[in-house]
Design a protein around this ligand. Sequence first.
Ligand SMILES: *Cc1c(COP(=O)(O)O)cnc(C)c1O
Length: 368
Amino acid sequence: MEVPFLSFSAQNQLVAEESKNVFAKFFDSQFYVSGKMTHDFEHDYAKYNQVKYAVGISNGLDALHISLRVLGIGPGDEVIVPSNTYIATALAVEMAGAKVVFAEPDVLTYNISPSSIEKAITKKTKAIMPVHLYGQACEMDKIMEIANANNLFVIEDNAQAHSATFNGKMTGSFGHVNATSFYPTKNIGAYGEAGAITTNSEELAIACKVWRNYGSEKRYYNMEKGYNNRIDELQAGLLSVKLKYIEKWTKQRQEIALQYLKNLKGIENLILPEIAEKSTHVYHLFVVRTLERRDELQSYLENNGVKTVIHYPIPPHLQKAYEPNGFKKGDFPLAEELAKSSLSLPLYPGLQPAQVDYVSDQLIKFFK
Ligand SMILES: *Cc1c(COP(=O)(O)O)cnc(C)c1O
């Protein structure tokens, strides 16, 4: 049996008709940037995400960057970021001219640990950027408590966790401004680049709109040296279609994860994802760990038709790009161990129960 790591076929089939209609409407509208589709998507996404405002942005990295900008974070400031995140979170801080300070994750959930955040706080700290990694909500009660006690901003990186909740509340609705991505592989994926910022502050929402549009609110009057970070009008229209199916797709992801968890329970040397008490997990990725034999496991699965991916093979502080920052091996041992032991199994809406059983059987055979 061949099991791809990811396939869009099932999702595409479901939205094909509606999406083609959106394209036809877009094409005929003769309005190709910042039109009705952007406006409607922002309205729909804000409502869905239980926030007052959503601002469509060109992509997730730009959404993180603008989030920092509107909070006035820049040179001389420090921002706390998880040591095991996808590099975009850290790069956004550098783009804003601030200093990245890494904090280690919780060893069970892989999400930034509140106690390591507390240790990383200095006089220069301005913000915490929790990442709901792999689709599981961070412990937002503790993180907000730490932020409030130390007068810090919170910017959630919600790129991997559309639909996840903490204590019944949506991720992307806790922080002062929050960023997300609609990169095609994300749980709500565009057909190209797209992202968004969510916030409950009208002032910050307006500021985001100014920064994404050359620093201008009124045409040809520029208040900031801004950027062109507008969301693509067509992507916004297509995303409005996908938004209607996200609950259904999230449920499918959770059912597949449950099947994996049942099948793989009790295998010695295989660590399965764990969920914190008040968090939900939307399984953007289903990441298992094995301490000694990860690469061997990956080739074994590959040889048996199962495609897997490593998220992520090198933590940000050990990337070549971060050499100038002066980090060294051993600075963040947990992030380094996760990089060596993690492996993501196939999981996407449309993956069949028989395929999940097949993948599970290969893992069981490998560890026997
Ligand atoms: C995908 C991702 C981003 C960046 O999103 P883009 O749209 O690719 O720029 C940022 N943070 C995390 C955690 C991501 O997974």
